[in-house]
Design a protein around this ligand. Sequence first.
Ligand code: MG
Length: 304
Amino acid sequence: MTHSISHLYQINDDRFSGLIHANARLESLWTGGRWTEGPVYFAAGKYLLWSDIPNDRVMRWDETDGSTSVFEQPCRHQNGHTIDPQGRLTSCEHGGRAVSRIEHDGSRSVLADRFNGSKLNSPNDVVVKSDGSVWFSDPTYGIDSDYEGHAAPSEIGASQVYRIATDGTVSAVVSDLVQPNGLAFSPDETFLYVADTGRTHVADCAPKIRRYPVATDSASLGAGTDYAISDCGLFDGFRVDVSGNIWSSAGDGVHCFSPDGDLLGKILVPEVVSNVCFFGANRNRLAICATTSVYSIYVRTRGC
Ligand code: MG
């Protein structure tokens, strides 16, 4: 039975009590954005980055002194980020309509900007598998208007998830979602989870995360099944902890699901949440991008 232990936590399942600190509080790291998204943590540098998409900038929060500064502006309207296994910042660019990477020497490489000769829509979120392949979603939010990118028609005519092989080949791996958005692998990389925010464009599109088994070739996916349906707002970005629980953005905060898709509980946040990531030396803090702000909270687990 659902209950609250404060205005901060909603407990749907006793397992959630073991994943949170009842006395931990939501901290505001920064505010002043228009739409924050795409958080990522650089352990070696002890800093967080995130996107403030309508302001066309990437922000940097320094863990050592709590200061926030502009990391890059303009930034081709970057959205989602990840760190690849070699420690390189990998970015989705609405404005560049590309997935790019900052190399160790500081130069920028475009990993993909087309599929079958057509421009990508506006890459939204990205993960890198342990084998170096890059998986990203490509909804239309960065070409729907000039607010989060540059208005333009879709050349592909579909919103899909793609895989970039280590030789640069781009293949479509998910084609059954209206607007694929956040994505993440399970800890053992046997499943890919993908959020669908298609309700922004199709009224009866359920706000959900779907789960796809990774095929034995590690390059394609089997048929997807619905993993979780949101009871408040949309699932946008999310992350997975070491036990395979999913911590997802939603309309009223962060929703935590078991590997089987049971809603364990919520961290209630005063602004609509877009994305999260684990950070800190122990990866036991959750950075929460929420509309104009970035919040953080300690949890009793670690991010993958
Ligand atoms: Mg997103």
